[in-house]
Ligand binder design. Sequence first.
Ligand SMILES: [Zn+2]
Length: 235
Amino acid sequence: MKTRNKEYRYDLDGKEYRLIIQYKNVRRLSLRPRGEEIYASAPFLLPEREVFSFVESHRDWLRKALQRQQQAEDRIWQGEGEVWLWGRKRPLTVVYGAPQLYVGEERVLFFSRRRTKEALIKEFYALAAQLLAEEVKKEESSYLHFLRSHLYLQRPEIRYHSAKSRWGSCSYKQNRIFLNAFLIHYPQECLTAVLYHELCHFFVPNHSKAFYALLLGVFPDYRQAERILKQKGNL
Ligand SMILES: [Zn+2]
């Protein structure tokens, strides 16, 4: 897809953002805020003033989307004293010892021998991925049943990564699903929602009506979980 970019400064509540207009082969305008940047996808030949007035008329929406993004970012563990775990904020204590994440009702104990903040954070998310894997394991018989009932007979491989961008992705060809370790910060049903979302892509690759019919059939609470996770704020 050919794109042509133009960049401007945009002031929102006294804070300066980079407004990046991306002219693309699209039919309508859309906005995507990302941290300090606001991306506007616009059809080729659309006058700039129309882009600006679109952005102006979506100030409230932008404000909310940026706020949601900030809240999501605040959940990411920074190596400080508290952590969002399974949707609840709890005090976390780092204890010197063999790597383990102990999740109690009232507090979290993080056993580690790492010394630098970066190494601690890295190990935290590696252990978080193990907790996610245990949760996914509990779901295994039901999701394998779902796949088999639709004649998908292989057992998919599930891998974990931590990235700010996507909650999950999948590769039908490699029979693989990737889940984001940051899901540890949200209630368990969000993890299950992302898992089923990706599994449904094995049957329907896009986000069409058929896709959601399949997904809501197997996981009726999907929308609720999606609302909790919705932070990217695409319009
Ligand atoms: Zn999807």
